[in-house]
Design a protein around this ligand. Structure first.
Ligand SMILES: [Zn+2]
Ligand SMILES: [Zn+2]
Length: 344
């Protein structure tokens, strides 16, 4: 019996197709998941536009679905998913052996083991598909929520990590530089976690309006950004002046989290004396660790963030329409485009 599945493969700039592949093989400690939805993140968009050229490639790392098979090694294990459970999946590989992993910082594992589909297509998640096999330890139960929200589990785990890196505390006054999708998830999580205030800086009037509608305490365009009275500033967009702006907004004793991706060769000017006398902390936040997934899954299961997540679902497409989904996601301003059988 030849069991096959469908997986979206980007074959070149502007070109994506569904390919049939044999179902992935299960190991003893794995679960098989019927994929319900997957978000199109920056990496997926860069592969499609040709900004990043690695072809053919099966992207999709923001996936969610339902467990349909559990390996013998983990069947019935307390806390592990069972058949029928709705899960979010950590598709980042962590080697466990490198210096970062040994120190407990597996978010920055330096030995990512890339994988391939049966036909040797490079896999960068392969979540734009019918089916995934993942280690049970990398799947987290979220309950029967809308798969479009569950597809936000991976970015939410990144934001949980970012708040932890920044040492967020209830009562903090927070500034968010950038009102895009990741900025909005920071806004939502800080508001839900007891921030005294959360404001958003963005160049786009539409994004400022949307952030205000989403409960932002204040919004500002960069030239009018408020002064240094924020305990915590999240810089969620990378570009000239963004880190400097975050530092200008940060109060004495506060922390600036460099969350957004910056161009590799871009340098920022930091007033060393300001950092010294103000006891500022500047920390990076890149991805996520297993404990961040546990919190993100808990937040999704509680459904507390849903009113903040709904406006971030820009559009929903079935897997058959993955080409249209990529087209929309790369040609107009979007928060998240979600693809999958469970959302359209
Ligand atoms: Zn992502
Ligand atoms: Zn590692």
């Amino acid at each position: 019996l030849e069991i096959t599945m469908q997986v979206a493969v980007v074959t070149g700039p502007g070109s994506v197709e569904l390919r049939a592949q044999p179902s992935p093989v299960m190991g003893r400690d794995d679960v098989r998941v019927r994929v319900a939805a997957c978000g199109l993140c920056t990496m997926e968009r860069r592969l499609y536009t040709g900004e990043k050229r690695i072809y053919p490639v099966a992207p999709g790392h923001e996936a969610t679905g339902t467990v349909v098979e559990v390996g013998d090694g983990v069947a019935g294990l307390a806390g592990a998913p069972n058949v029928g459970d709705h899960v979010i999946m950590d598709l980042l590989t962590r080697c466990g052996s490198c210096r970062a992993c040994r120190r407990g910082s597996s978010a920055v594992c330096r030995h990512p083991q890339g994988s391939r589909l049966a036909d040797q297509t490079i896999s960068m998640g392969a979540g734009l598909s019918d089916e995934l096999v993942v280690p049970a330890r990398s799947s987290w139960k979220v309950g029967p929520i809308d798969p479009a929200y569950a597809a936000m589990g991976e970015p939410l785990a990144c934001v949980v990590h970012s708040l932890r890196r920044g040492g967020f505390l209830p009562g903090d006054h927070v500034g968010v530089v950038g009102g895009g999708y990741m900025g909005r998830l920071h806004l939502a999580l800080c508001l839900a976690s007891g921030a005294a205030s959360v404001g958003v800086v963005d160049v786009s009037e539409d994004r400022r309006r949307d952030a205000a509608a989403a409960g932002s305490t204040w919004v500002a365009a960069p030239p009018d950004a408020p002064g240094p009275d924020h305990d915590l500033v999240f810089v969620t967009v990378g570009g000239p002046g963004a880190l400097e702006l975050g530092i200008d907004m940060c109060a004495e004793g506060g922390t600036v989290v460099v969350y957004g991706a910056f161009p590799k060769d871009l340098l920022a000017s930091v007033g060393a004396d300001h950092v010294h006398h103000g006891e500022l902390s500047i920390v990076g936040s890149f991805s996520h660790e297993p404990r961040d997934w546990r919190e993100a899954a808990g937040l999704l299961a509680s459904r507390a963030l849903e009113p903040s997540l709904e406006p971030l679902v820009t559009s929903r497409f079935s897997l058959d329409d993955v080409g249209k989904a990529f087209e929309i996601a790369t040609t107009r301003p979007v928060y998240r485009v979600i693809v999958g059988t469970g959302v359209a």
